[in-house]
Design a protein around this ligand. Sequence first.
Ligand code: SAM
Length: 288
Amino acid sequence: MRIASYKRTKEIVDKYNFVIKKNFGQNFLIDGHVLDKIINSAEISKNDVVIEIGPGVGSLTEELLNYAHKVYAIEIDKSLIPILEDNLKNFDNLEIINQDVLKVDINSIINQFPDKDIKVVANLPYYITTPIIMGFLEGKLGVKSMTVMVQKEVANRMKAKPGTKDYGALTLAINYYGRPYLAANVPRNCFLPRPNIDSAVVRIDIYKCPPVLSADDKLMFELIRMVFNQRRKTLLNAIYNQGGFGFTKEKISEIINAAGFSPEVRGEKFSLEDFAMLGNCFTNAINI
Ligand code: SAM
């Protein structure tokens, strides 16, 4: 029987007297169908090196090890390490790293495998979902795809359309770096312990080149942050109120006009292309 079942997971927790830690976002996957959906949508083969974040008691790890060339499992909780070593001792393609994923030098792993595809697969701890995903995307590490279990609400934000309530800075950031697909909706009863929210599996195929031309990514994302921090304000006021890159209100208005937009519209409906265009006009104005 696979670890991703109520019976095996409960047996492991009891056998090692393991205390489940809420503060580490420990909700273990106990549903084999969901596990199959993750594995199928990640399309893991022997040409892949997988980085798994938070292996827990090893339910996903066990399956990944069957398909991948090698799995790096990064787990913050040191009391899970002997459990993983014991339960997965029959595999010779596993490397366990007992560290906070945000502090691991991912490049040093990736650089060892120039001929392999690097894929991230994880049932992510809810409390740091966004920093983990954005760390991998912004790091431009050469990861091919990320197949991750996230809160349903985060999945909705990743896939949101302009003008909807879920559309925002996260939508734009994810879609700048990659293309997100919803692979599965996952009800809360698929985990032990049961969380009080539903989840979803999302696969993000990471672009080699971004889909829009932005002269200065940092500036474009600063602009996006300004707009969604004050999403009910006009474009002009939102930018001006938050520093306006040091320009006067008149100059900001002129730059917005030069980009082909009205300073009086709200930026919350702007597409990624619109933000890239506007960002490039600010970059030009700064560089003059
Ligand atoms: N993969 C397992 C599963 O599907 O059953 C466990 C998933 S559980 C939602 C999240 C896991 O991430 C836990 O094992 C937790 O200890 C680990 N974790 C939490 N914060 C972490 C961090 N900063 N770095 C690495 N692992 C972390």
